[in-house]
Design a protein. Structure first.
Length: 93
């Protein structure tokens, strides 16, 4: 096997970890080329990359969402007592 062929051989398992790594920071040129070549030939890894991007995007959105009621919302003591009474009533049922 010549050097170029060995260099381009990259398994799906290797590619999936590099795809994830590439999303976190820049890869060296050689790894970027190997991943790019593999993705050009492997539909399964392209789908995996899209799924990973979707998960990362959704996680970022969830992390940015704020509580719609705001951080300073509290329950009154009366409200807390009412909830406790209802829960006790249903526990006895």
């Amino acid at each position: 096997m010549n050097t170029l062929t060995r260099w381009l051989k990259i398994r799906c398992q290797d590619t999936s970890s590099l795809i994830s790594e590439r999303m976190d920071h820049s890869l060296p040129l050689s790894k970027r080329l190997r991943v790019g070549m593999h993705l050009a030939m492997c539909k399964a890894c392209r789908i995996y990359e899209q799924q990973l991007q979707t998960v990362r995007s959704l996680a970022r959105k969830l992390g940015r969402e704020e509580d719609p009621l705001g951080p300073n919302v509290t329950m009154t003591e009366d409200c807390k007592e009412s909830i406790k009474a209802v829960l006790k009533k249903h526990q006895g049922s």
